[in-house]
Design a protein around this ligand. Structure first.
Ligand code: NDP
Ligand code: MG
Length: 380
């Protein structure tokens, strides 16, 4: 039996991870954690019978504890609960599928106690990659990518000498507004933004995909995961989302990983790496597909990517500011309080006022996030 825990089990990645568990008979779920959706968490507890369940909202944690008294599952609450879950004895892999940089501390604790990480939570790596990657190496822990592009690159690099790649060709769908100019983008609504052409995902990443902030976060994520320089990562718009990413090698060979858009594949690949398993679902039919097309990203209109590149170039604490400002802006946008293009303004203004701190500590990262939030609250 493979023993896993899931942070963010009630979300898009979390529920798909549990689908993977359901159709394989050799994974045992030891821990499940959510933010506040205890209705779904209760169902998951009754089906998967974990040892421990953690709920970030402490009031909801107490309510859940009463509801599931008849089960053998213990309930914990708050950040302490997340941290307890992250280090559960016997757990081999922690799937980090919470949204946002709230994932940093549990991810670090899990690595410290020797758990492999199946990483979906990219915000953690973007803000604390300089702490997490060396820590993982020191503890002999694998960081297994779940993000589809990074899983594709990981699959293309399998069996290759990691230092022989020349470029990582990170594909992007372009989101729902591909081809729009600034004038049209100024008028888009929340409802338009939440309609992703190819993927059904959580709301935050769906907004990030529309702004191209997601692709910017993924460029930084790729640099950490594969020890690539920023210049080695090229974003390629591939509107059909069939090529999940590519690697160009020293000799000019380009390896790609293709498939129907289905997150269960990278999730399952991370859980069983290096083994491949049967996965039920649609197969790619190239004759039905007919064409694959490619475009350059429009970084002038979709400034999320350009701002991310700027943050990555500045390095140190700037990616934290980029990410924290974006998390703040997306929360506001989802509540209907700011417009689509304001997201770029929020990020730009936050980055402009920030003095870069090299290699910030965990405490400094969290302070910078709090300071960015506070400044944005007073300004917008
Ligand atoms: P969802 O919004 O669908 O799910 C987020 C999960 O995190 C839920 O279980 C939620 O609990 C929990 N959560 C939210 N806030 C907190 C909090 N403050 N403390 C603890 N738990 C919290 O997100 P996704 O599954 O779409 O994304 C998760 C991560 O994976 C993100 O980092 C995203 O960028 C990444 N990712 C997602 C992909 C996708 O296809 N969805 C693809 C590639 C990467 P509750 O339900 O109780 O609110
Ligand atoms: Mg992705």
């Amino acid at each position: 039996m493979k023993k896993i825990g899931i942070l963010g089990s009630t979300g898009s990645i979390g529920t798909q991870t549990l689908e993977v568990v359901r159709h394989n008979s050799d994974i045992q779920v030891l821990g499940l954690a959510a933010g506040s959706n205890i209705d779904l968490l209760e169902k998951q507890i009754r089906e998967f019978k974990p040892e421990l369940a953690a709920v970030m909202d402490e009031g909801k944690a107490r309510e859940l504890a009463v509801r599931i008294q008849d089960t053998g599952t213990r309930v914990t609450g708050g950040m302490d609960g997340m941290l307890e879950l992250a280090v559960l004895a016997d757990m081999e892999i922690l799937v980090t599928a919470v949204v946002g940089m709230i994932g940093i501390r549990p991810t670090m604790e899990a690595i410290r106690s020797g758990k492999d990480i199946a990483l979906a939570n990219k915000e953690t790596l973007v803000t604390a990659g300089h702490i997490i990657m060396p820590l993982a190496q020191e503890r002999g822990v694998s960081i297994l990518p779940v993000d589809s592009e990074h899983s594709a690159i990981f699959q293309c690099l399998h069996g290759e000498h990691p230092r022989t790649f020349k470029r990582l060709l990170l594909t992007a769908s372009g989101g729902p507004f591909r081809g729009y100019d600034k004038k049209r983008l100024a008028k888009v609504t929340l409802e338009d933004t939440l309609k992703h052409p190819n993927w059904v995902m959580g709301q935050k990443i769906t907004v990030d995909s529309a702004t191209l902030v997601n692709k910017g976060l993924e460029v930084m994520e790729a640099c950490w995961l594969f020890q690539a320089d920023l210049e080695q990562v090229q974003v390629v718009v591939q509107p059909q989302s069939v090529i999940h990413s590519m690697v160009e090698f020293e000799d000019g060979a380009v390896m790609a990983q293709l498939g129907t858009p289905d997150m269960r594949l990278p999730i399952q690949y991370a859980l069983y790496y290096p083994e491949r398993r049967f996965l039920p679902g649609d197969r790619l039919d190239l004759f039905t597909l007919g064409t694959l097309t490619f475009e350059r990203p429009d970084m002038d209109t979709f400034q999320g990517l350009a701002l991310a590149m700027g943050a990555a170039r500045a390095g140190g604490s700037m990616p934290t500011v980029f990410n924290a400002a974006n998390e703040w802006a997306v929360r506001r946008f989802l509540r209907g309080e700011i417009r689509f293009l304001d997201i770029y303004e929020v990020i730009r203004s936050s980055m402009e006022r920030h003095q870069v701190k090299k290699a910030p500590s965990l405490e400094e990262i969290l302070e910078i996030q709090a300071d960015t939030d506070q400044w944005l609250e007073s300004r917008w």
